[in-house]
Design a binder for this molecule. Structure first.
Ligand code: DSN
Length: 436
């Protein structure tokens, strides 16, 4: 940046070089810089199978690290409380236009700070407190914000829940229908955080209409699959669709809400001023980048590969006689029932982490253990697919997982798998891995 002090009118030439040099943090706060570097190293050297995580592109990271973070912009494009919002108006309008384009939606709000904030705003827009909501049981694969007692959704609303069939582990749509007709919810919520099968949004739409309820789809986990046409879209069937950008959509940490045009004003005012203050303009810019990436034809290939990689994992586990919830997967995740391995989800998670494989314990349908212990393990493929793991490498990872789960206390298995993981990780650096 150059400042010419001789001129009466000050002008500044802003350098168009990358805004991410890394030296400022390194020299001002070496302690924090070191932590960032250690996390970078951890990500680079481990296989991330957490179904809700991904690795963003450098373009997304540059937008996130930009000086757009400095700007207050309460309100919406063209209707802000502060001056100086001309540029950020364009940034947000771009993000909105791209979100509508990606999902074929009439209205998009890109300000929710997270998926939970998006769901909060959606309820605020649609329902008086005390209304009945019908969502998927948390332990069957739903989400805290779909009516769990410990969440605002269970505190402010009367929550009824549906689940999966005990034998097939697939959503029992007839049960959902009979619950809806019996409970008469104001809102039905479809969507999940650990459900490995396609969700039939058309059937949910029919049930909602029959029961006189609105339908909200929480697409957080599968937003990228929907964008990449690897999962049917909820947009034609739902009144409102919430989602997050950081999971399969491979963008920054944040939320969004899509709807029909006629609900747009209610949603916008439920987000701001209803439940949030100033929007995070740097995050909105990064959302705009991720929506642009999702519009590329290569993103369709990515989404298809996420699903085919998850299918490979399920196949390998089944071939090794492990129990896979619902007998397979249609999306980005696989849920293992650990009962016949005589171990808990917590034990499995810890043993895998020692070997360089990062996954999370998860309740399985009809689990009697607490969420902190859990009887299952959730594995997801968005991050390894981004890194470019080949189908053969995904098979190797699956076999490594099986080896560790069979002998969780064996140091030789741990060391062999750690070596195999490191080799694959070296072949597939995370985006920007060599920039630190
Ligand atoms: N924490 C997310 C997940 O892992 O599924 C849901 O909010």
């Amino acid at each position: 940046m150059q400042v010419d002090h001789k001129r009466t009118t000050l002008y500044i030439t802003v350098s168009m070089e990358s805004p991410l040099c890394g030296d400022a943090l390194r020299s001002f706060d070496p302690e924090l810089f070191n932590l960032v570097q250690r996390e970078h190293q951890r990500q680079a050297e481990t296989v991330d199978l957490i179904a809700s995580e991904n690795h963003v592109s450098m373009a997304v990271r540059e937008a996130l690290g930009s000086l757009l973070t400095d700007k207050y912009a309460e309100g919406y494009p063209g209707r802000r409380y502060y001056s100086g919002c001309g540029v950020v108006d364009e940034v947000e309008s771009l993000a909105i236009a791209r979100a509508k384009d990606v999902f074929g939606a009439e209205h998009a709000n890109v300000q929710p700070h997270s998926g939970s904030q998006a769901n909060f705003a959606a309820y605020l827009a649609l329902l008086p407190t005390g209304s009945t909501i019908l969502g998927m049981d948390l332990s069957h694969g739903g989400h805290l914000t779909h009516g769990a007692e410990v969440s605002f959704s269970g505190k402010f609303f009367r929550a009824a829940t549906y689940g999966v069939n005990r034998k097939t582990h697939v959503i029992d749509y007839e049960h959902v229908r009979s619950l809806a007709l019996h409970q008469r919810p104001a809102l039905i919520i479809a969507g999940a955080s650990s459900y490995p099968r396609v969700i039939d949004f058309a059937v949910f739409g029919e049930i909602a209409r029959e029961a006189g309820a609105l339908l909200m789809v929480d697409s957080a986990h599968i937003a990228g699959l929907i964008a990449g046409e690897a999962h049917p879209s909820p947009v034609p069937h739902a009144d409102i669709v919430t989602g997050t950008t950081q999971k399969t959509l491979r963008g920054p940490r944040g939320g969004f809400i899509l709807s029909k045009a006629e609900l747009g004003a209610r949603i916008d005012s439920a987000v701001f001023p209803g439940s949030q203050g100033g929007p995070l303009m740097h995050v909105i810019a990064a959302k705009a980048v991720c929506f642009q990436e999702a519009l590329l034809s290569s993103f369709k290939e990515y989404a298809q590969a996420v699903v085919s990689n998850a299918r490979i994992i399920a196949e390998e586990l089944l071939d090794a006689d492990l129990r896979v919830v619902s007998g397979g997967t249609d999306n980005h995740l696989v849920l293992i029932d650990l009962a016949n391995l005589n171990m808990t989800g917590k034990e499995a998670q810890d043993a895998l982490e020692r070997a360089g494989i990062v996954a999370n314990r998860n309740k399985i349908p009809y689990d009697t253990r607490s969420a902190m212990i859990a009887g299952g393990l959730r594995l997801g493929t968005p991050a390894i697919t981004t890194r470019g793991f080949t189908p053969e490498e995904v098979r190797t990872v699956s076999r490594d997982i099986i080896a560790v789960l069979r002998e969780p206390s064996s140091n030789s298995v741990r060391d062999r798998v750690r070596g195999s993981v490191l080799e694959m990780c070296r072949r597939h650096p995370i985006p920007g891995a060599d920039s630190l």
